[in-house]
Design a protein around this ligand. Structure first.
Ligand code: NDP
Length: 410
């Protein structure tokens, strides 16, 4: 008999999330718009499909161009995913090309702002179609020999089937996450800043919000190959959760503070904007530093110094189908203060680019609120994964570094 937990997890939760989130992003687009917004057509319109199609093809082309490959960590079933390692040129050329396009067609930002609800409708449809395709592909033509226990269909659609599917010669998650979702995020925040400038005059707080997101996204592309070691890639299967998330949720919710400021211009003072810029840049640097310490430590196989002393660690081992593997859990630097300080700084940086909406109610902070829930939940998800993988070594690490995100508090 199905337990209440399984009923919720496999049958009730997924359809509720799918309906709520797919509709929710359309509501957000409506909430941030104003009377100048174009009416929503549930199927999108020619312009919205043009914008979404060009971004998708551009992202796809960036993975087809010849260039260096990067190999991600081997899976437990012996598959080593292959990615294209050209994140920085992709980001720089994309932003330059978009700014040139705006220079040639100055009305483009305002037009995209007014048509945003339809752009999100196109993103929604594209994402849902892709997720259906991924479900069928995972069941009929899986690309790997991984044995996956069948689950209820709606849950499989939500969670995804394959870990690293490839379509048209590219890794699906690199395309949806890195080359569509995050690029759309960058282009949209530039768009909303320019649309706000056109409508309301120049706004320093809006510029600060745009700059901070641009620095953050540039940092992402700088570190793109590191992203292939994260939970999104090594744990999450290509399904609604991650692929719809990057194709529709990121362009909608992640850009919302910038979108909202077009119809509701910032009321923050110049000094407030300067303080926000300092807070944002500091948080971005610290978030990068925490991630870097772990990568640097892993790349040197533990033989490195952090904060002026040799790095300390706990020896760990875990089993794979290919046998026992060894690893090390870092206990120095930021990783000796708390187990997820990168998430703490991530929250501060997200807060900083929402702050220009201060005085405009709660809506400009919706991304920050969402991210707080996501990252707290993610801490527990990650720790559950690590506890299963590393067993007693993980318990020892938690005893040595007892706090998760805020030393002395949580
Ligand atoms: P982490 O970078 O914290 O990676 C967690 C993994 O690191 C664990 O599963 C484990 O993997 C390894 N690990 C954990 N503790 C240690 C340790 N002490 N020593 C060595 N290895 C350890 O998490 P994410 O992948 O979630 O995040 C990466 C970045 O992305 C962060 O900057 C985060 O803030 C950001 N992010 C942003 C989001 C957004 O929507 N804006 C969402 C999620 C993340 P292993 O099994 O390999 O040992």
């Amino acid at each position: 008999m199905t337990s209440p937990y399984d009923l919720l997890r496999y049958y009730i939760g997924p359809p509720l999330i799918i309906l709520g989130a797919t509709g929710g992003v359309q509501v957000l687009a409506w909430l941030g718009g104003d009377s100048s917004s174009l009416p929503l057509s549930p199927w999108g319109n020619g312009a919205s499909w043009g914008a979404v199609g060009v971004t998708l093809l551009w992202g796809l082309a960036s993975l087809w161009v010849p260039g260096e490959d990067f190999y991600g960590p081997e899976t437990s079933f012996g598959y080593t995913p292959r990615y294209k390692a050209n994140g920085v040129p992709f980001f720089v050329v994309s932003v330059a090309a978009y700014l040139t396009l705006v220079f040639l067609t100055p009305q483009l930002p305002i037009h995209l702002f007014r048509n945003f609800a339809n752009i999100i409708a196109s993103c929604n449809l594209l994402a849902l179609l892709l997720c259906v395709f991924l479900l069928v592909k995972g069941k009929q033509w899986p690309g790997s020999r991984e044995k996956i226990k069948p689950k209820p269909l709606i849950y499989e659609f939500y969670r995804g089937i394959e870990l690293h599917p490839r379509i048209l010669g590219v890794d699906v998650k690199q395309l949806t996450n890195c080359r569509f979702g995050l690029l759309a995020w960058e282009l949209l925040v530039i768009t909303f800043f320019l649309a706000g400038w056109e409508r309301n005059g120049f706004s320093l707080p809006h510029l600060v919000s745009t700059l901070l997101q641009t620095v953050y996204l540039a940092k992402f592309y700088w570190w793109e190959t590191g992203y292939f070691n994260t939970l999104d890639i090594i744990l999450d299967r290509a399904g609604y959760y991650i692929c719809w998330g990057c194709l529709a949720f990121v362009p909608s919710l992640y850009t919302f503070a910038s979108y909202y400021l077009v119809a509701n211009p910032p009321v923050m003072s110049t000094w407030g904007a300067v303080g926000t810029l300092i807070l944002g840049l500091t948080s971005i640097s610290l978030n990068y530093r925490v991630d870097w310490e772990k990568e640097y430590f892993k790349a040197s196989n533990g033989r490195c110094a952090l904060w002026g002393t040799p790095a300390s660690c706990i020896e760990a081992k875990y089993e794979t189908k290919q046998g026992v593997r060894r690893s090390k859990l870092l206990t120095s630097g930021f990783w000796g203060l708390a187990r997820h300080l990168n998430y703490t700084f991530e929250l501060l940086l997200a807060l900083s680019w929402c702050l220009p909406g201060l005085g405009r109610g709660l809506l400009p902070f919706i991304y920050f609120i969402f991210l707080t829930i996501l990252l707290v939940h993610r801490v527990f998800r990650d720790e559950e994964k690590c506890a299963v993988k590393y067993g007693t070594a993980w318990v020892e690490y938690c005893q040595k570094v007892p706090y998760r995100m805020l030393p002395g508090v949580f």
